[in-house]
Design a protein around this ligand. Structure first.
Ligand code: COI
Length: 334
C-alpha cells in the first residue's frame, strides 16, 4: 500500500488531512507534529513520500537524512522554497512540489485590511480605547479612495489586492518585471519602480524573496517615496531593510507600516514570547508603535487557505509517488 508521511501537522490541519485520507483510502497516511530535521527524518522510513511545511531550513543534512531512509519525494504545503537547499536536493535526486496558489485572497485581504487600518490610525485609536480615551483628535483617518496604491508584483496575490483596493475606490498603479497582458491593456503599469515609489501613497509588496529583491525597500527607495507613505509587506521579510523603515518612521516620512513578514522571523514568529525578551530589539520597537501593525506571518492563516495547502500537498505527493505528473512541481535548477 502506498504510504505518505506528513511532518509538522498542526491541530488546525488535522480535519483537512482526515478529509484527504477519507477520500483516498488506498493510501496509508501517518503523521507527526514534529518538524523535519536530521533527527526526525527516520520517522518517514518505509514511506513513499513526505508532506512537509516548516519555516526551519531544509538543509543538506536534513535532505540527506531523508534520502538515507529512501525518501526523495517531498511535497510542501506552502509556496516558499527559499529555505530549501535546492542544489543538494537536485544532487540527491529529490522530486519536490509546492502549493503556489492556495488562497491569494487570504493574503491580499489581510494586506488590504491592515493598510486601511493604518490609514485610519486604528493602532492609535485602539490604544486610546484601551485607556478609555474617547476623544476624536488627533486620530483623524485617511480614506482609501483618496490614495494612489502602488502594487509591486502583479501575480495572483497582487491582482487580488489590486481588485480590493479598487473596490475601496483607490487609484491603483503597478510594477512588475513580468507584465500581465490584461493589466497592461488596462494601463496599470508604470515604467519603473522609482515611478511607482514617487507616485504611490500606499506601497504593497507582492514579489518573491529572490536576490534582486532583497532590501528593495531601503533608505534610498524610501527617499524616493512620497511623504506620509504607508508600506505594506505581507510577502517576505528580506524585501525590507527594517532599520531603514524604522528611520523612515522616526522621521515621519513613513506614516505607517504593515509588517506580516520580518527578516528575523524564523524561530521568532509562531512562538509565545510572553514574559520573555525578543532576541531582536527591533521587533519590540515596531510592535510598540501604534502606526505599525505587526502580525506574525498570519496573512495566509485562514481555514480556506489551510485546507487547500493540506489537500493540494497530499494530491501532489500522491501523484509523485505514483509516478504521475504532479500539479505543481518545483524546478530544482534555480
Ligand atoms: C508560504 O506559503 O510560503 C507562506 O509564506 C505562508 C507560510 C507561513 C505557510
Amino acid at each position: 500500500m502506498t504510504k505518505i508521511f506528513a511532518y509538522a501537522i498542526r491541530k488546525d490541519e488535522e480535519p483537512f488531512l482526515n478529509e484527504w485520507k477519507d477520500a483516498n483510502k488506498d493510501v496509508e497516511v501517518a503523521y507527526t507534529d514534529k518538524l523535519l530535521t536530521p533527527e526526525t527524518a527516520a520517522l518517514a522510513k518505509g514511506s513513499d513520500g513526505v508532506v512537509v511545511y516548516q519555516q526551519l531550513d531544509y538543509t543538506a543534512e536534513t535532505l540527506q537524512a531523508l534520502a538515507n531512509v529512501g525518501v526523495t519525494k517531498m511535497s510542501l504545503r506552502n509556496v516558499g522554497i527559499d529555505n530549501i537547499d535546492l542544489a543538494k536536493a537536485k544532487e540527491l535526486g529529490f522530486e519536490i512540489t509546492n502549493v503556489p496558489v492556495y488562497s491569494p485572497d487570504a493574503i491580499a485581504e489581510h494586506a488590504a485590511i491592515q493598510a486601511a487600518r493604518v490609514l485610519r490610525q486604528d493602532g492609535l485609536m485602539d490604544a486610546k480605547m484601551a485607556n478609555r480615551d474617547l476623544r476624536w483628535a488627533p486620530t483623524i483617518g485617511r480614506e482609501v479612495r483618496d490614495q494612489v496604491v502602488g502594487v509591486v508584483g502583479t501575480g495572483h496575490i497582487g491582482q487580488v489586492f489590486m481588485r480590493i483596493m479598487e473596490g475601496f475606490g483607490a487609484k491603483v498603479i503597478a510594477f512588475d518585471i513580468f507584465r500581465n497582458p490584461e493589466l497592461e491593456k488596462k494601463g496599470y503599469y508604470v515604467d519603473t519602480l522609482d515611478d511607482l515609489y514617487k507616485q504611490a501613497d500606499v506601497i504593497s509588496l507582492h514579489v518573491p524573496d529572490v536576490p534582486a529583491n532583497v532590501h528593495m525597500i531601503n533608505d534610498d527607495s524610501i527617499k524616493e517615496m512620497k511623504d506620509g507613505v504607508v508600506i505594506v509587506n505581507v510577502s517576505r521579510g528580506p524585501l525590507v531593510d527594517t532599520d531603514a523603515v524604522i528611520r523612515g518612521l522616526n522621521s515621519g516620512k513613513v506614516f505607517g507600516f504593515v509588517m506580516d513578514t520580518y527578516e528575523g522571523e524564523v524561530g521568532v514568529f509562531n512562538e509565545d514570547w510572553k514574559g520573555k525578551k525578543f532576541p531582536d530589539d527591533r521587533l519590540a520597537n515596531l510592535i510598540d508603535r501604534p502606526n505599525v501593525l505587526v502580525t506574525p506571518h498570519t496573512a495566509f492563516y485562514t481555514t480556506h487557505a489551510v485546507r487547500n495547502m493540506v489537500v493540494k500537498a497530499f494530491d501532489n505527493n500522491y501523484a509523485l509517488v505514483e509516478g504521475k505528473p504532479a500539479q505543481t512541481p518545483v524546478k530544482l535548477d534555480m
